[in-house]
Every structure is written in structure tokens, then in C-alpha cells.
Design a protein around this ligand. Sequence first.
Ligand code: 16G
Ligand code: ZN
Length: 529
Amino acid sequence: PFNLDNIAALSNQHPKPTYYQYQYGTAGFRTLGDRLDSVVFRIGILAALRSMKHNSHAIGVMVTASHNPEQDNGVKLIDPRGEMLEASWEVHATTIANARTTEELVNVIQHIIDVVNIDTTRPAVVIYGRDTRPTGESLVAALQDGIRAAGADGRDAGITTTPIIHYLVRATNSKDFGEPTEIGYYTKMTDAFKKLVAGRPKISPLLVDCANGVGYIAADKVKKYLGDTLSLILENTSTATAGALNNSCGADYVKTTQRLPPSLNGKLTPVQRGCSLDGDADRLIYFYIDEKRQFRMLDGDKIASLVATFIVDLVRAAGLQGQIKVGTVQTAYANGSSTKFLAQRLPVKCVPTGVKYLHHAAESFDVGVYFEANGHGTVLFSRNTQETLEKHEPKTPAQQTALNHIINLTKLINQTVGDALSDMLLVEVVLAHRSYTGVEWDSLYTDLPNRLVKVVVNDRNAFVTTDAERRLVSPPLLQQRIDELVLKYDGGRTFVRPSGTEDVVRVYAEASTRVQADDLAYRIAGMVY
Ligand code: 16G
Ligand code: ZN
């Protein structure tokens, strides 16, 4: 049972480093792995409290730093429906992490119990996992101490992906979602995939850059479940090699450098599809080498465009237009061409960076397709939509087929969070149905050349944005100067925002030519500095 004396005793084994301030940001806590022992211990306690508050429903904890360098680590909490932690609790997470002593920690915990009104006699369940980082093992041990100190039932999912933890939490709490096991996750997803591609011509092999991370372990299992329906060629699979994780590979490398990972040189034949996962397998970027040997990237915006238009067509084919409205959600980072492409076909909303904002906005549509340009995204089918699909009576065999496809998509897609492997299978389904190679997919629209630069500033909190981060309200007058400059660039668009994960300010610029986009980005960076 929950007992503050137990917590105090164990807390002495997990002291907070004196000179460090933690902040629960866009992706939870994230910093060097060896600074996180006390934080993770305390998050174990907080997860237990959150479970008690939520009728003993399971809460998730994932230890990962995603696409960050190998020496970093991080921890984030997952809510009962498999979603990101509710914003009001981020404050509790930050407060609990920064308590300086055991005594202060006990007071902070008591305070949270009082203000949130938690019945600590209730049972608590915490499901947790970690990626392949070397610091993960000892951090999980600290987490287990926290869970035990709070008297909660801890369930170790081992070394696994972030989206699998989200799935397990949701499936544990809602019985009709799927089997709450890894096997349940793989079979739900791959069974739906097989039904969706049944009877289609065989799909050509897909090369998968696993970023030398946990995505490899999961992709290898997906490969076995798929059998010969889709052959996956797994690359960057060195999960045990020191320093290899995300190093010159993975989704973030590809997206930010707009290059093929050097380790894949010579491994892709012209027009063959490849894709990169990130270090915890919740982001996905596609690419191919064209006939002129040019590298072509198909990012989150291209995935959103491919998937959203496919679903719109299926809804119409099933005779459900008017009853089911499909919408998309993007951030300011979305390439201007993608926004134009999508807005001509369906509603598009723009929200601030961070999955919680996208996910929330996507819930306002019957079917909400959200992807960040960086490759994180998923599709949400509202409860009403799921009911509409179940009740619908198709008038023709063609309508029946389309309806079955939509229902199978609701199972293929991991609706709790962005999931690189589920998204990968989703893309493969659409390509198979459209008979597209990467080339036709790529030609949906042409990306505007763009540049992202980061600027180290004295105080990133001096940068305050509005209008979904597209405009600055502070520092004073800066936005006005930006507006004047951007007018001089053909097709120019730019914005400045403080990072939520690093101590920097980011500058994004796009324009109709490479030279102009670069020039605009560097000039704005000069103003910010
Ligand atoms: C985190 C977010 C991602 C966002 C990125 C922005 C989650 C799971 N991940 O990785 O959505 O794009 O941060 O980072 O929320 P930034 O604020 O440093 O630009
Ligand atoms: Zn990630």
C-alpha cells in the first residue's frame, strides 16, 4: 500500500542532483541519461498517484529520448486512453522532479494528494518500458523503486517501442481495443494489413532504416508476422553497438539533413522505397532515389497527403460522404505546398508543435489525420464514426468493400499515438491500392525548398508566439521586421519559435528556390541572435 515513510526511505537512495532544474516539456523530461535517476524514481510515484486518481486504470511510463543522441534519456507518462499526459499534471511532474530533499519531496507529494484529491488506498497499475539506451536499465530500476514505494502494481513491458507502451495502456484499460499484450499488438495490426492488401499484386521489398534502435526489434517481429505479404529489408540494426543509436541514421537525421543515411549508400535501387524510423519508433520518414540518382524525401506532410486523400476516397466509395467528415491537422512546419494540396481537398487546422496539440485537434473531426512534418502522426476515428461504420448498410458490393477497408484501417492504425511501424504499413496499403511507386506519391505536390536553423540565445523564454507559433508577440518589433523582410522573397514564409526540447530558438523558412529559402533562414537567424 501507499506509504509516505516507504517513499522517504527509498527516496534517500535516489537523491536529486543539487544544481539541476528539470522541466516536463513537449516530450516529458529529457536530458543526459545519468542525470535522471531521481526524476524517474519520482515519476514512478507520480504514475501510481495518477492511476489511483483514475479509478485504478493503468498509467504508462516510457523511458526514452527518442531521436536524441545515445547518451540522452528521458521519461514520459501516458494517460489511461493511451494518450499523452494531461497538461495540468505536467506541472505536478515538474514540481515533484525539482523537490530538493526527501523531506521536500514528501511535502510535495502530500500537496498533490490534497489538491488533486487522491484516495491513496486505491490500487494503482503502472505499465512501463524502455528503449535500447545504455542508461535505460538503471533508470528502469529507479522507476521500479518509485512504483514499489508507492505500493503500485508495476508491469514491465521490457525493451520496447513508445507506441507499443501506448497500445498496452489503452488495451489494458479498454477491453474492446485489443489483447493487452505485445502479441495482441502485432496480430491486430498485421491481420488488418493482410486483409487490406489481399488480392492486390505483390508489393516490392521495402528497405527499413531502424536507426540502430528498438525499432529494429519491433520491425523484426512485424516482418515475421507479415510472412510473404510484404518483404522488409532491415538496415541499421546494431542495437548493441555503443554510440550507434540515431547516429547518422534514423528519421530525424533524414528529415533534418534531407539526405540518405550514409550507411544506406548503394543499398537502394532506383525508385525502390526506403523508410527511416526514429530511436523509439514513433516517427517515420520515407524516401527513394530517383532515376537521376537524386535523393527524394517523403516526409510527414507527404504521408498525411497520401493517407488523408485515400480515406476521403474510401468514405465516398462506401457511400458515407456527408456522414463522415475527414480533416487534417498540421503545424507551422508543414510545407506550404502540402497545406495547399490538402486545403483544396479537405479541412486543415494548424496547431502549435507537439503531439498533444495535434492529437487533441484531430479529435474534433470524424476522422482526423494528423502528421507533423517530422514524421510523427496517426489517424483518429471518433467514437461516433466507429458506430457509423458498424451500422452502415452498403447498397452495392463496391460500397461493402470500401466499408470493410475503412474498418480494417481502424485496426491497422495505432490510434493512441504516432507509430512508425503501423504508419509504415498504412503507407504500404495506400501505395498498393493506388498502384503508386514513390514517384507517383511524390508527385502529389512539389515541396517548397525550406531550411530549419537553430539559434542559441540568452533566453529562449523571451520568444513568445501566437497564431499556432506562426507569429511572435515578443520580443517587441521583431515580428514586424520579419514581415518586412519576408516580402522580398518569392513564395517566402518564415516563423521563429522557442524549442520545447532544447535550449534554442528555431527558425524555419521556405521560399520558391533553395537559395532564397537558405538566405531567408540565415537572415532571420541573424535578427534573432
Ligand atoms: C517532441 C514532440 C514532437 C515535436 C518535437 C518538437 C512528442 C511525442 N514529441 O519530439 O511532437 O515535434 O518535440 O521539438 O510530443 P522542439 O520543440 O524542440 O522543436
Ligand atoms: Zn520518437
